[in-house]
Ligand binder design. Structure first.
Ligand code: PLP
Length: 412
C-alpha cells in the first residue's frame, strides 16, 4: 500500500495486517491450553461472593484446616524476619530444614533419606509438579486411581504425558488392587501415584495393600510418587504406611512427598518437600533453580520449628477433626438417598448423589438454592459425587447437612 506524503509515494504495511499477524502470533502452549481450571477454586470463589452479598453460606468447599497456625510456629517466622533471614536461601531449601525433614522421615516413616535427597518447594503441589515435569516425557503413562486429586491429570498434561486412570469403587474399597494395576501397565508406564490418606475420599492403604502394589512396581520398574500430605490427619486405627519403607528396591523407585500445609495449618506459608533417589532429586533441583528458586526463607524457618516440635498441636487438631467427621457422617446417615465413602483420614466426606442426579448440577443448584458449597465430583473423576469438607465448625456441619437433606427430599 502506497501513501502520498508531500508528493512522494511511500510504501507502508497497513496497520490491520500488522495487527492480524500479531493476533495469529498470540497462541498459547498446546499443553497449557488443554489444562482445566480448578473447580475447587471456582466454587470457593462463588461461595465467598455469595457470602459477601450477605447470604448465609455454609462452606464445605475448604481444602485447608480452619485452625490458625500454632503460635510457636508463627513466632519462629517472626523471629526469622527479625534476625534478617530475608534473603535467598539455597534453591532446594536451607540445610537446617532439609536436615529436619530427613530426620522426620527417618524417625516417623522409617525412611532412611539423607538431607541430600531432600528438595524443599513452595508447597507439596509444587513438589509434585516438579517431579512430574522432570520424570514424564512425551507419551509416558502415569497411573493413578479415580477418585483422584484434581491436579494430577493437569500436571501430567503439562508434562506431555498420558494419565491412565484406574476407576475404583466400593468393591475395591476405593483403592487400586494388584489385579487392576497389572491390567493397566503397558511398556509406556512410567509412574504410579499413590495418595494415602486420599483427597477426596479419605481412604487409606494398609501396609499389606502397599506391599502388594510395591512388588508389582519393582517387577515392572515403575516409579512411585507417594503423596502423603494428609499423613497426620488419621482417625481410625489404620497405621499410616509410607510405601518407600517397604524394602530397598521400592525405596529406590519412590519419591515421597509431604509438607506442612495440612498437619500444621500452614497452607499459606507454602512449604512442601520431596525426597527420593539422588539422581532424580538433582534434576528436580535444576528444574527448581531455573523456575522458582527457593521457597520463602521465612516460611522455611517456621517449618523447621513445626517439624522439630512435639505432636501436641497436631493431636489437638486431629481430635477436633475426628469429632467433626463423626458428626458429619451421622448427619449424612439421615439422608437415605446419599451414601458416602468412609473417610479414615484427611478432612473430606466424598458423597455419592447417584440416586439424586449429576453431582455438578446438584452442587451448583445447592449453592444457588440453599447456599451450601461442596466441590462437584467430576473434577475428581467421579461425576456422581460431591466432596464436603469438615474443616468447619460443628454448628455449621449440622446446619449445612440439614440443608442438603431438605434439598434432596424436595428434588428427588
Ligand atoms: C492430595 C493433595 N496433595 C497435595 C496437595 C498440595 O498441598 P500444598 O501445596 O498446600 O502443600 C493437596 C492440597 O490440597 C492435596 O489435597
Amino acid at each position: 500500500m502506497f501513501l502520498n506524503i508531500k508528493g512522494r509515494k511511500i510504501f507502508c504495511v497497513p496497520f490491520f495486517i500488522h495487527n492480524r499477524e500479531r493476533i495469529n502470533m498470540f497462541t498459547v502452549n498446546r499443553r497449557v491450553k488443554e489444562m482445566l481450571g480448578s473447580t475447587t477454586l471456582a466454587i470457593t470463589a462463588r461461595a465467598k461472593e455469595l457470602a459477601a452479598q450477605g447470604h448465609d453460606v455454609v462452606n464445605f468447599g475448604a481444602g485447608e484446616p480452619d485452625f490458625d497456625t500454632p503460635d510457636f510456629i508463627k513466632k519462629a517466622g517472626i523471629e526469622a524476619i527479625n534476625k534478617g533471614m530475608t534473603k535467598y536461601t539455597p534453591s532446594i531449601g536451607t540445610p537446617d530444614l532439609r536436615e529436619a525433614i530427613a530426620l522426620k522421615f527417618q524417625q516417623e516413616n522409617n525412611l532412611p533419606y539423607k538431607a541430600n535427597q531432600v528438595v524443599v518447594s513452595c508447597g507439596a503441589k509444587h513438589s509434585l509438579f516438579n517431579i512430574i515435569q522432570v520424570l514424564v516425557d512425551d507419551g509416558d503413562e502415569v497411573i493413578f486411581q479415580s477418585p483422584y486429586w484434581v491436579s494430577y491429570p493437569e500436571m501430567v498434561k503439562a508434562a506431555g504425558g498420558k494419565s491412565v486412570i484406574i476407576t475404583t469403587d466400593a468393591a475395591s474399597q476405593f483403592k487400586i488392587t494388584p489385579e487392576a494395576l497389572t491390567k493397566h501397565i503397558t511398556p509406556k508406564t512410567k509412574i504410579l501415584i499413590i495418595n494415602s490418606p486420599s483427597n477426596p475420599t479419605g481412604v487409606m492403604y494398609t501396609k499389606e495393600e502397599l506391599t502388594a502394589i510395591a512388588a508389582i512396581c519393582v517387577k515392572h520398574k515403575i516409579y512411585v510418587i507417594s503423596d502423603e500430605i494428609y499423613e497426620k490427619l488419621v482417625y481410625d486405627n489404620i497405621q499410616m504406611c509410607s510405601i518407600a519403607s517397604l524394602g530397598k528396591e521400592i525405596f529406590d523407585l519412590t519419591i515421597t512427598v509431604n509438607g506442612v500445609s495440612k498437619a500444621y495449618a500452614m497452607t499459606g506459608w507454602r512449604i512442601g518437600y520431596a525426597a527420593g533417589p539422588v539422581e532424580i532429586m538433582e534434576y528436580i533441583k535444576k528444574y527448581q533453580d531455573h523456575s522458582t528458586s527457593n521457597p520463602t526463607s521465612i516460611s522455611q524457618a517456621a517449618a523447621v520449628a513445626a517439624l522439630k516440635a512435639d505432636s501436641a498441636s497436631i493431636e489437638a487438631m486431629v481430635k477436633v477433626f475426628r469429632t467433626r467427621r463423626d458428626l458429619m457422617l451421622s448427619c449424612l446417615d439421615k439422608i437415605a438417598k446419599v451414601s458416602y465413602i468412609h473417610p479414615s483420614g484427611a478432612f473430606y466426606v466424598f458423597c455419592d448423589f447417584a440416586k439424586v442426579g449429576d453431582g455438578a448440577m446438584i452442587a451448583k443448584r445447592m449453592l444457588d438454592e440453599v447456599k451450601v458449597a461442596g466441590i462437584p465430583g467430576d473434577s475428581f473423576g467421579a461425576p456422581s459425587f460431591i466432596r464436603f469438607s469438615f474443616a468447619t465448625s460443628e454448628e455449621r456441619i449440622v446446619e449445612g447437612i440439614k440443608r442438603v437433606g431438605e434439598w434432596v427430599s424436595k428434588n428427588s
